[in-house]
Write a protein that binds this ligand. Structure first.
Ligand SMILES: C[S@@+](CC[C@H](N)C(=O)[O-])C[C@H]1O[C@@H](n2cnc3c(N)ncnc32)[C@H](O)[C@@H]1O
Length: 309
């Protein structure tokens, strides 16, 4: 039966119950989001393979496209250019700033590049990370320039304007991407920039179906010693296509980010990607191309891989 056919009072009651259920589910996920980094000392810690991959494949593109060789420089360069485009005192915003370690480096880079007088506002939901951010800002002597506000970015509405907004590895935790991007767009000053660096694969950081097929085939040949899951600390004899967003917001809407940004910014999107989904028409190695090669050379590749082990 459709809701429209129900008597009005009953339909209103059911909608109310559904709303309460959705609110409770959101609150529980948010609590698990806050818990995720509570005891993590270094929130940037990633396995060595990430650094091998990003240095080898992303860094050269980053050097070429953004003329930057570090994450702080990647943000500071466009922020500096945007500051010059507007006569007002530069003001920057960071969404999901964590312990502000990246923002501290960006602020230092801006100062090193000659921008002394600016303000940076960092939005973060976790009280634990805010406490650490405030101590780190104090220790870095940046408390006067950089501040942190406890904010759930999913319900954020801008009340100020900005020369530049950044989001470092935080967009893949957000649910209300449409309203967040609209807020960013509305609050940028003329000449302002939105700069982001993120992991944007499939939702929940799962494998795309075509990649999963390749990984599962590889699993047939890999020796057991290579099937140890270091994160979960167990042997994965069968490959687990884990959905990291099952309880919290890790990778919750990762696959929507690039299409939404692309729609928001039209042709003004500059980026480098190394593993975009075919629908994302992004620069770089496309999964569809790898998959095409895999399909046509499957038997040859299988015997080649088998010979390795
Ligand atoms: C992977 S960490 C990145 C932190 C920081 N930007 C950095 O690069 O170090 C993701 C951050 O987003 C924050 N976050 C997640 N959901 C949020 C929300 N709804 N509102 C504000 N912050 C959020 C998390 O608490 C966490 O600090």
């Amino acid at each position: 039966m459709r809701m429209a056919n129900l008597p009005t009072r009953l339909a209103r009651h059911i909608r109310g119950v559904l709303r309460i259920g959705a609110k409770a589910a959101y609150a529980s996920r948010l609590a698990s989001q806050i818990e995720q980094y509570r005891a993590v000392e270094n929130i940037h810690e990633l396995p060595a393979i990430f650094h091998y991959w990003s240095n080898r494949h992303l860094r050269p593109r980053m050097n070429r496209i953004f003329e930057s060789d570090s994450i702080p420089e990647f943000y500071a360069r466009p922020f500096l250019a945007a500051s010059a485009a507007c006569a007002k005192r530069p003001r920057f915003l960071s969404l999901g700033a964590g312990d502000c370690s990246t923002e501290i480096e960006v602020a230092r880079k801006l100062i090193e590049m000659g921008l002394e007088d600016f303000e940076m506002v960092c939005l973060e939901v976790s009280p634990h990370l805010i406490k650490r951010a405030e101590a780190a800002l104090e220790a870095a002597g940046l408390s006067g320039r950089v501040s942190v506000k406890q904010t759930d970015v999913n319900s954020w509405q801008p009340d100020e304007d900005y020369s530049g907004t950044m989001a470092n590895h935080s967009l893949h935790h957000l649910v209300e991407l449409e309203s967040v991007f609209e807020g960013v767009r509305k609050s940028l000053r003329p000449g302002g920039v939105f700069v982001t660096n993120d992991m944007i694969g499939r939702n929940g950081h799962m494998r795309w179906p075509e990649v999963l097929e390749v990984v599962e085939l590889l699993w047939e040949f890999l020796p057991r010693r290579l099937k140890f899951n270091h994160q979960a600390k167990r042997w994965d004899d069968k490959f687990m296509n884990l959905a990291c967003s099952a309880d919290g917001f890790e990778g919750f809407r990762a696959q929507d980010i690039l299409p939404l940004l692309s729609r928001l910014l039209g042709g003004r999107l500059r980026g480098c990607s190394c593993a975009g989904h075919p629908s994302l028409a992004s620069a770089g190695v496309r999964v569809s191309e790898i998959h095409g090669v895999w399909r046509s050379h499957r038997h040859f590749l299988r015997s080649g891989i088998r010979a390795q082990f």
